[in-house]
Design a binder for this molecule. Structure first.
Ligand SMILES: C[S@@+](CC[C@H](N)C(=O)[O-])C[C@H]1O[C@@H](n2cnc3c(N)ncnc32)[C@H](O)[C@@H]1O
Length: 296
C-alpha cells in the first residue's frame, strides 16, 4: 500500500485556514450533540453567549431561553458545516453522525431533534440531503417521566416515553455527482463486495457501540466504533482520497483512514485529548502512514 499522509490539528474547526478550498473528498464526523448534558461545558467554553444564556435561564427561568440556547449550539456546529462545504470538492460527501437529545429543563421533559436541525442548516449552506442511515444501538431502558427507568406505573397509558435507541448518520452531497474516467483503476481497487454493498446501503445499521471495548477516556469522548467510519469511508471515497473529521475526539477517523489507504485531516479543540491521540497515532505508524500533529 502506498504511503498516506495524515494531519491532526489541535484547534477549533469553525475556521480551517490550514485547508485550501475544494481539496477534501469526504467528511466523516460525530459532533458534540446539542442539549446532551456532557457537552454543555464545552459549548459554553467555545461560545460565551451560550454560557450567558444558561445563566440567564437559571436566574429567570424563561421558557424561550431554552430555544435560544439550542439555536446557539446549532449555529456553532453550522459554522463547521459551512467550512466543510468550502473545503469539499464538487461531488464530495459529508457524513454526520448525530443523535437527538431528551432532557428535562425546568421540570419540562422534551426531545431536541438534532438531526432535523442539522439538515436545515446544511440545506441552507447549499448541501443536498441524501437518504440517511439509522444506527440502531442495543436498547437501553425505556423512559418514564424523563427518568432513566420504566417504572411499574409506566404500563398505564398515556405518560410514558418512547426510547431513542437510534442515532442518525446524515448524508449530504456538495454539488453534482462526482465523475471518474471509465474503468478508473483506483475506483475499481476500492470496490465493495456484494455482501458489503447489500448490508451497508440498507437504512438500518445494527452496530454495537464502543462501550464494551473502549477505555475510560475514549468513553468520555463518546468515540464511535471503528466500524461506523470504516463503512462510510469505504462507501463514499476511493483509495488515496482525503477524509476530513472536524470533531476528531480520540482519532477513530484518522485510524480508519490509515487502514483503508486514504489520507486525512482531523481537528480537535480539546488539548486534553492529545495523549490519547498520540497513543493512537504511534500505533499507526507501522502502517505506512505519516502522521503529524499540529498545535495552533
Ligand atoms: C462526539 S466527540 C467525537 C468522537 C470521535 N468520533 C471519536 O471516535 O473519538 C466530539 C469531539 O469534538 C470536539 N470538538 C467540539 N467542538 C469542536 C470544535 N469547534 N473544533 C474542534 N473540535 C471540537 C470535542 O472536544 C470532542 O472530542
Amino acid at each position: 500500500m502506498p504511503q498516506t499522509h495524515h494531519t491532526v490539528i489541535i484547534g477549533n474547526s469553525q475556521q480551517m485556514p490550514e485547508i485550501a478550498n475544494q481539496t477534501i473528498h469526504l467528511m466523516v464526523t460525530s459532533p458534540p450533540y446539542p442539549m446532551i448534558q456532557m457537552w454543555d461545558k464545552q459549548f459554553c467554553e467555545l461560545d460565551p453567549k451560550i454560557a450567558a444564556l444558561w445563566k440567564k435561564l437559571e436566574a429567570e427561568g424563561k421558557e424561550e431561553l431554552v430555544a435560544e440556547i439550542y439555536d446557539a449550539m446549532h449555529q456553532n456546529l453550522a459554522r463547521v458545516w459551512a467550512e466543510t462545504y468550502r473545503v469539499l470538492i464538487d461531488g464530495g460527501i459529508a457524513c454526520i453522525n448525530i443523535g437527538d437529545a431528551t432532557r428535562s429543563i425546568n421540570g419540562k421533559f422534551r426531545v431536541f431533534p438534532n438531526h432535523s436541525r442539522t439538515i436545515e442548516h446544511c440545506e441552507k449552506i447549499g448541501f443536498t440531503t441524501l437518504p440517511y442511515i439509522l444506527w440502531k444501538k442495543p436498547t437501553t431502558k425505556p423512559l418514564y417521566k424523563g427518568k432513566g427507568a420504566y417504572l411499574g406505573s409506566g404500563f398505564l397509558p398515556p405518560n410514558a416515553y418512547v426510547t431513542l435507541d437510534c442515532e442518525f448518520i446524515l448524508l449530504f452531497r456538495k454539488g453534482k455527482l462526482r465523475k471518474f474516467p471509465p474503468h478508473d483503476p483506483t475506483r475499481y481497487a476500492s470496490k465493495l463486495t456484494k455482501q458489503q454493498r447489500d448490508e451497508w446501503f440498507s437504512q438500518i445499521w445494527n452496530v454495537t457501540g464502543t462501550h464494551q471495548t473502549a477505555n475510560e477516556l475514549e468513553r468520555r469522548t463518546a468515540a464511535y466504533p471503528d466500524e461506523i467510519p470504516e463503512r462510510l469511508v469505504r462507501m463514499f471515497s476511493v483509495k488515496g482520497d482525503c477524509v476530513l473529521d472536524p470533531f476528531l475526539g480520540s482519532g477513530t477517523t484518522t485510524k480508519v483512514a490509515v487502514e483503508t489507504g486514504r489520507e486525512s485531516v482531523g481537528y480537535e479543540a480539546d488539548q486534553n485529548l492529545l495523549p490519547l491521540l498520540r497513543k493512537k497515532i504511534e500505533a499507526l505508524k507501522v502502517a505506512m502512514a505519516e502522521v503529524r500533529v499540529v498545535k495552533r
